[in-house]
Design a protein around this ligand. Structure first.
Ligand code: XMP
Length: 491
């Protein structure tokens, strides 16, 4: 009986460009800002940033780079379950202190020097434990050991060139002890053996240095890099396989998680796994209320993404700042972290999302142009680009992601896409992009005078910006001559 005209008494919803952070009294220098956060109830990160579960953004290379910098990569799911497992294992192994036996390159005492030299070159290692057929450690051989033999004794055997007094250690060795052994004996690798002197792993100097470089990395209890994985709401198989492979957080990957079938399926997945389960995407308080009792995190974003056409195709969506704030109000009641997903172009957008109530942000286009993102560099008119496509684009749905949009179509002819396929400028390394993004966020915390993410969420206030104010906020009345690393005039 409600008159239709009443529908026109509509609430207003805001997005990034509609608001700015009100500057406040501060003693916080950007470098002092602590940007550590929670992405889900049980998983902490050292930077509040996630890379999107998209097939042009996050595979293991991106996930490794994200975790090394303190954030989280979320592996996309346009791949077979076995590939998902292999990708998780790559991330988990990347910075492991002890390299597992199956990944240790070993030499045989009866190989010739020429053979072992070739093998080391092929495998990209500069030394190898020497083991017999039972995997008992007999010695260790390095480039230095074989160099003189290469000149005069290529056909001699490994057993003559190897160092046979091997310093080994046990499985429970820690990084400090390993370093001390290497220092004391002037060695670069320590084979890890069990009680029978059987090889079970290897610690290398190179690996130790890598870990030291990444002091800020996001790691699990065993010191392995954190890894997120997208799973379809009805993909219990992928969820349990990913959980068994060591995924830290599973992301129920759906464009409209307020679908009740999706919520039921997500609840079931939550019961089957040990990993945290983030549910998304949602954009309203009503949707958040449906999932807040079981979700370990809630992901927000209905149509803000750079490659999204959901809003124009379906007529539905929620401007992102309002969506985040609505969801965060509900999530706070159960202390569930909120992730703002999509639409972030600048570091300023990212920190505005946190002010609106998010604990972390997820970005796609920002990272799609990096070296680590899947796909090759293409050159057009002398400029370098990488492919970037929506997971609801025809191309991505044909590769298997249609059910994110609750669409399934074997031959792909009848898809109604909700995303486009595009190219994005090639940007260099993920680490340098993250440096700019997080640096800008830290500065935002400085302008508001907040030292921590929870403190910033409390203290920050928005002001509303007119369209004249928006224009004023970008470079204007000048011709930019040198591109800044964090601002592109094309954007
Ligand atoms: P940005 O703006 O960072 O957004 O590039 C990335 C996020 O966009 C979502 N996404 C899509 N949304 N159609 C949509 O409506 C699509 O085809 C699509 N693909 C990705 C997703 O949440 C991602 O994290």
């Amino acid at each position: 009986d409600r008159p239709f005209s009443q529908k026109l008494e509509v609430p207003e919803a805001l997005t990034f460009d509609d608001v700015l952070l009100r500057p406040k009294e501060s003693r916080v220098e950007p470098d002092d800002a602590d940007v550590s956060t929670r992405v889900s109830k049980n998983v902490e990160l050292n930077i509040p940033v996630l890379s999107a579960a998209m097939d042009t953004v996050t595979e293991s290379d991106t996930a490794i780079g994200m975790a090394r910098e303190g954030g989280l990569g979320v592996l996309h799911r346009n791949m077979e379950i076995e590939e998902t497992v292999a990708e998780i294992e790559r991330v988990k192994r990347a910075d492991e202190l002890v390299i597992d036996r199956e990944n240790v390159v070993t030499a045989n005492p009866d190989q010739t020097i020429a053979e072992v030299d070739q093998m080391m070159g092929r495998e990209g290692v500069s030394g190898a434990p020497v083991v017999d057929d039972d995997d008992t450690v007999l010695g260790i051989i390095s480039g230095t050991d074989i160099r003189p033999f290469l000149e005069v004794g290529e056909t001699d055997h490994v057993r003559e060139a190897m160092t046979d007094e091997v310093i080994t250690a046990e499985e429970d060795i820690n990084a400090r002890d390993a370093l001390e052994l290497m220092y004391e004996y002037k060695i670069e690798r320590v084979p890890i053996v069990d009680d029978n002197e059987t090889l079970v792993g290897l610690v290398t100097m190179q690996g130790l240095l890598q870990r030291r470089e990444n002091q800020n990395a996001a790691r699990d209890e065993d010191g392995r890099l954190r890894c997120g994985v997208a799973v379809g709401p009805f993909e219990t198989d992928r969820a349990t396989a990913a959980d068994d492979a060591g995924a830290d957080v599973l992301f129920i990957d759906c464009a409209h998680a307020h679908n009740l079938n999706v919520i039921e399926a997500a609840r079931e997945i939550k019961q089957e796994v040990d990993a945290d389960v983030v549910v998304g995407n949602v954009g309203t308080s009503e949707a958040a209320a449906e999932v807040v009792d079981f979700a370990d995190g809630i992901k927000v974003g209905i149509g803000p993404g750079s490659i999204c056409t959901t809003r124009v195709v379906t007529g539905a969506g929620m401007p992102q700042i309002t969506a985040v704030a609505e969801v965060a109000d509900v999530a706070a009641s159960e202390d569930v972290p909120v992730i703002a997903d999509g639409g972030i172009r600048y570091s300023g957008d990212a920190i505005k999302a946190i002010a609106a109530g998010a604990d972390a942000v997820m970005l796609g286009s920002y990272f799609a142009g990096t070296e680590e993102a899947p796909g090759r560099v293409i050159t057009m008119n002398g400029k370098k680009y990488k492919q970037y496509r929506g997971m609801g684009s025809v191309g991505a749905m044909k590769s298997g992601g249609g059910d994110r949009y609750l669409k399934d179509d074997e031959d792909g002819e009848e898809f109604v896409p909700e995303g486009v396929e595009a190219a994005t400028p090639y940007k260099g390394t993920l680490a340098s992009e993250l440096h700019q993004l997080v640096g800008g966020m830290r500065s935002g915390m400085g302008y508001v005078g907040a030292e921590t993410i929870p403190g910033f969420k409390e203290r920050s206030e928005f002001i509303r910006v007119s369209s004249a104010g928006q224009t004023e906020g970008h470079p204007h009345d000048v011709m930019i001559t040198d591109e800044a690393p964090n601002y592109s005039p094309d954007e």
